[in-house]
Design a protein around this ligand. Sequence first.
Ligand SMILES: [Zn+2]
Ligand SMILES: [Zn+2]
Length: 249
Amino acid sequence: MAKTRPGKRDLDSYTIKGTNKVVRVGDCVLMRPADVGKPPYVARVEKIEADSRNNVKVRVRWYYRPEESMGGRRQFHGAKELFLSDHHDVQSAHTIEGKCIVHSFKNYTKLENVGADDYFCRFEYKAATGAFTPDRVAVYCKCEMPYNPDDLMVQCEGCKDWFHPSCMGMTIEEAKKLDHFLCSDCAAEDDPKKGGNSFSASPLADGKLKSAAIDGLRTKERLGNANSKLQAYKAKAKQLKFKLSHLKA
Ligand SMILES: [Zn+2]
Ligand SMILES: [Zn+2]
């Protein structure tokens, strides 16, 4: 247990007022924003402390939403994306409204259903400089953007890259109906006489789709398939990197 200042004592847990929810060190919490109507702040609890008059304070490390970062929200940022900042604070425990879960990016993409209290984090963020860690991630599609888990993408059977339907001149509905997909580059190279034989026998178009975590469309089987393909592609795509610092406005 960490050192305690005179008159203060460390607590193992704090029960959120008016609930039976117990917050412990390491948990992620939602904290009441200063402005009513704004989304709650998200933080990780690092220490819980009571003073001699039993006022409970929490030392927290803030998560930033993309719109609170220097570069602002970008197209590849997911709706539930947070950045783990290096910004610490001490707050009254009364400002804690609820608990939430901040998943790793990988675990988030595996969720069958994304609840209101599910978030994900793939970057750490330095509040003073606006720098991200890691500062590069794999990119996909003709638009060469990092993966936004909210967006549906289709995988090309030729080059194995993933594409946004809109970047390929398709609607999302059209993409969902596809049995096979070749991107424009691969289609141009494809010999039509051999084309029918070059496709794999696995028939499910759904298996080629990677879709939004929050749209409720995914099944586990489908997602597992899409993810293993994504991982395989990521391994090959290491030279295609996206430098996040270039994004700063
Ligand atoms: Zn694209
Ligand atoms: Zn292709």
